[in-house]
Design a protein around this ligand. Sequence first.
Ligand code: FE2
Length: 286
Amino acid sequence: MTPISAPKAREVLATTHGEATSDGAGVRMTRLIGSRVQEPIDPFLMLDYFGSERAGDYIGGFPDHPHRGFETVTYMLAGRMRHWDNHGHSGVIEPGDVQWMKAGRGLIHSEMPEQDHGLMRGFQLWINLPAAEKMAPPAYQEFKAAEIPVETREGARVKIVAGKGATGVEGPVRAPHVDALYFDIELAPDGVFRQPLPEGHAAFFVVYEGSAVGPSEDGERTLDALSLATLGDGAEAALRGGPRGARALLLAARPLREPVAWSGPFVMNTRAELLQAYEDYQLGRF
Ligand code: FE2
């Protein structure tokens, strides 16, 4: 088996399995980041995984709610989600599609299942915006599954949503504020994945199928689905598929290192800005 520990490889610092929770109108999910189990990993505020074949777990969806001050990234693995916002934007996110939404100064939207049975599965990630972008106009980057390039490597297939792969394949999403990297990796049994990362950027893997092995201080650590592995610093991320292979996300970005004032759907820098967000929302300024 190929050893994955290397002088440059980022070590797994900790693994967590998230917290079962519900949000919206009773959607059951696992909160991997942004709970009592795992605090935010600057600039990543929150990460939810939803996956159920029981309609009762998702049918309520996320009726009208506001956002201000950050970006939401929805990545569907199975099922269909219809979205709508109060600026006239709407559509359906289908399996393999990505919606990268910059809420900026604010919008009101809904995210509702476009199905009443069958599997609904995917991730929603919240990425913080720097102070200078929190009041920017809302903007969308939306890509169908077929528009997201796949980098084929020995032992791994990598869907590149954002960032640049080891062979130069580039994802369609532009995330300049934090230089975000968003990969969905399919690892063959014992297949090895390596990816250069800028030193100083925050990074983590989410293993969501099978199992994988990451380098750690004492050699190697096994990551079972569903788990989040926070990574230490270094010039590359490395992961090896377990005996049945694995599917995993790799996320990385430059930390903002700014004060965070967070209340519900608003993430600002100061308490005064949060109060302003509530006032603007109540006065219909979204
Ligand atoms: Fe939302």
